[in-house]
Design a protein around this ligand. Structure first.
Ligand code: KG4
Ligand code: ZN
Length: 337
């Protein structure tokens, strides 16, 4: 059974193709992504209208590339992200998915983007055991309890303000490093001293919610540090600021993720979403999971950021779990939980 997944919730037009094997495992056959990130960079963030238009231009060529790469003329199932995401961007991918499904005469499955970020790990490490997933992207920072992909996912906690990726993007802008901030800051941090400045670890006090996050205090602390250096005429080491900021983010994320896994009694932690590509987060999570006796599963960086493979992976899982197709009437939902 071959499942084609379309992703268009933000600035990446992704088409992935996966094969569902009879034992429930999934094999990746194609993963094509066209990004409009360069068109947004001069605005310092994603411009929804530009993203929608870019999806419209990219969807058919990206479909063709994915079908060619997989060596097929049509799949058995089409799946697409229906939310959460940008309204216009979602509409382009879902309209295309329904049109292809109708023309090919194959079923359509509506996919939750966030579930896709978790399910993608099955492409790399095999079927998912019960786990806690730390989902860290530009729009979300949540701890999820996943019993199995066929059952509803429980949110244990989430950020009360900025998402971790959003904090990266804002600090990169403050330091004049461009957009998106995550990869640039990550690279710069590797040349700095992570102990140079001790930035606050939000939501880690004894009275704070165990599974919630907050990054706005950290963002303000970094901004104040930069301002003070400028006012005093002190030279500012951007690598040191980047490394110290990154340490604060990775410290809190890994600490809370391990804690949630132990609280829930699962033995596997999955980290996914764009920020899961972060080098220091991967390193710290590995150390802490080993110390706690947990299995850590982190997809390779390319699968952590938005792509169509993750949508195909979750679509394949729904088919395997016996879920009914959504039908062509399924609507997009930009605020899908
Ligand atoms: O999952 P994703 O591609 O899109 C959303 O669904 O948001 O995540 C994008 C986010 C951006 O904020 C980007 O700055 C961040 O992931 N990111 C990183 C790294 N690579 C991407 N953050 C930290 N370190 C990285 N290496
Ligand atoms: Zn995403």
């Amino acid at each position: 059974m071959i499942v084609l997944g379309i992703e268009s919730s933000c600035d990446e037009t992704g088409v992935g193709i996966a094969e569902l094997n009879s034992d429930g495992s999934v094999t990746l056959l194609a993963d094509e992504v066209a990004s409009s990130v360069d068109e947004h960079s001069r605005f310092g963030g994603v411009v929804p209208e530009i993203a929608s238009r870019a999806h419209l231009e990219a969807i058919v060529p990206t479909m063709r590339r994915a079908l060619d790469a997989a060596g097929i003329s049509k799949p058995d199932v089409v799946a697409a992200t229906i939310g959460p995401g940008l309204a216009g961007a979602l509409l382009v991918g879902v309209a295309a998915a329904k049109a292809y499904a109708a023309a090919w005469g194959v079923p359509f499955y509506a996919i939750n983007h966030l579930g896709g970020h978790v399910a993608v790990d099955a492409l790399e490490h095999g079927p998912l055991p019960p786990c806690v997933a730390l989902l860290v992207s530009g729009g979300h920072t949540s701890l999820l309890h996943v019993r199995s992909l066929g059952e509803p996912i429980t949110e244990l906690g989430a950020t009360v303000d900025d998402a971790a990726g959003e904090a990266y993007d804002k600090i990169a802008r403050l330091l004049g490093l461009g957009y998106p901030g995550g990869p640039v800051l990550d690279r710069l941090a590797q040349t700095g001293d992570r102990h140079a400045v001790t930035f606050p670890r939000g939501m880690t006090g004894p009275r704070d919610a165990r599974h919630a996050f907050s990054f706005s205090g950290l963002k303000t602390a970094v901004a104040r540090h930069v301002e003070q250096a400028e006012r005093a005429g002190r030279p500012l080491s951007k690598p040191d600021v980047a490394a110290s900021f990154q340490e604060a983010v990775a410290d809190v994320l890994s600490l809370k993720a391990v804690r949630a896994a132990l609280d829930t009694g699962v033995s596997t932690l999955v980290i996914s979403g764009g920020v899961a590509a972060n080098s220091r987060l991967r390193e710290l999570a590995e150390e802490r999971c080993e110390a706690a006796g947990l299995e850590l599963r982190v997809p390779r960086p390319r699968l952590c950021t938005d792509n169509g493979a993750m949508i195909a992976a979750l679509g394949a899982h729904l088919v395997h779990a016996g879920a009914e197709p959504s039908g062509l009437g399924a609507a997009t939902d930009p605020a899908l939980s």
